[in-house]
Design a protein around this ligand. Structure first.
Ligand SMILES: O=C(O)c1[nH]c(=O)[nH]c(=O)c1I
Length: 313
């Protein structure tokens, strides 16, 4: 069998990528990702200016996952745009994704996208509408009207392919509402999910929180989030126009977790916490484990089971 994955008109060796934020801050990390067994990669979410981010400790691995309040540390949009333009020229056959966020809010999203529109970068962009860790800034994607207004403003000038990174939703009506907003636009993908925002982890040895920012509140990733991630992938796949593909992110530790995201309709798969814990070797392990599952089930390719989750009716 083959793990070949088609996504926005390109066929990748496999569906695996890093999740933005992990192993993707510097050009050295990005090049190492590109040379790893991962099928593709995404850059750290960029803001207009470089940022230090929140005080440390701000990322901690815990038994069933991770908690982080990084606060959007990054080397600035120009740094990643420069890398992206060079990389697309040197490796035209290896497309990747460039992640864009905003520190200031609505207007900076627009100016960041305008800069990319006017640049020589022609590849995919992941517009991060779901950073949970900028104090005082609500997550854009939890405000349906603002998300609608922002995408309307961007599509008025932006002609290059892009998708959005969404937070988890927990109410069927919210799945309906965000899908209704997104279906109005020619988005190429949605990435479900970002970390589950503002969780709290307590250190049993000290009876204290484990990260410094925000009194210990931070985005939760890893095993904790798989049921929520699968539900969001499935719900958005069921609701969005078929032209909008899904990237499945959240709780992928094993080939079985990857297989379940594909069953829910994901085209590509992103790994965050487990990549942070295991290093780049995680992609060799995940591809091997997923391939073994296809073999055991007699599937020749992902297409044979993608989106074919069974129900009990
Ligand atoms: O704190 C961060 O930098 C961060 N952390 C996350 O868990 N998700 C995000 O999208 C971001 I931009």
């Amino acid at each position: 069998p083959t793990l070949q994955a088609t996504f926005y008109g390109h066929t990748y060796d496999n569906p695996f990528m890093n999740a933005s934020g992990v192993h993707c801050m510097t050009t050295a990390e990005l090049d190492a990702l590109a040379d790893s067994a991962a099928g593709s990669f995404v850059t750290k979410s960029a803001t207009a200016e470089a940022r230090e981010g929140n005080p440390e400790p701000r990322y901690v691995n815990v038994d069933l996952g991770s908690i982080n309040s990084m606060g959007l540390p990054n080397l600035g949009l120009d740094y990643y745009l420069d890398y992206a333009i060079k990389r697309q020229a040197s490796h035209p056959d290896q497309p990747f994704v460039m992640s864009v966020a905003s520190y200031q809010g609505f207007d900076e999203y627009v100016t960041n996208m305008r800069k990319i529109q006017e640049s020589d970068y022609t590849g995919l962009v992941e517009l991060n509408l779901s950073c949970p860790n900028v104090p005082g800034k609500p997550q854009m994607a939890y405000d349906f009207e603002d998300t609608d207004r922002l995408l309307t403003e961007i599509f008025a000038f932006y002609t290059k392919p892009f998708g959005v990174k969404l937070p988890p939703y927990f109410d069927i009506m919210h799945f309906d509402k965000i899908a209704a907003v997104l279906n109005q636009f020619d988005l190429k993908f949605v990435n479900c999910i970002n970390s589950i925002g503002n969780g709290l982890y307590i250190d049993k040895a000290t009876d204290t929180v484990v990260i410094k920012p925000k009194g210990g509140f931070g985005g939760i990733g890893g095993e904790y989030v798989k049921p929520t991630a699968l539900a969001n992938v499935r719900a958005l796949k069921q609701r969005l126009n078929p032209s909008i593909e899904i990237i499945g992110t959240g709780g992928i530790l094993t080939g079985r977790d990857a297989y379940e995201h594909l069953l829910c309709g994901a085209s590509m798969l992103q790994v965050g916490t487990q990549l942070e814990k295991e290093g780049l070797g995680v992609f060799d392990r995940l591809t091997k484990e997923l391939l073994a599952i296809l073999e055991s089930k007699g599937y020749a390719s992902i297409a044979e089971f993608k989106g074919k989750l069974g129900t009990l009716d």
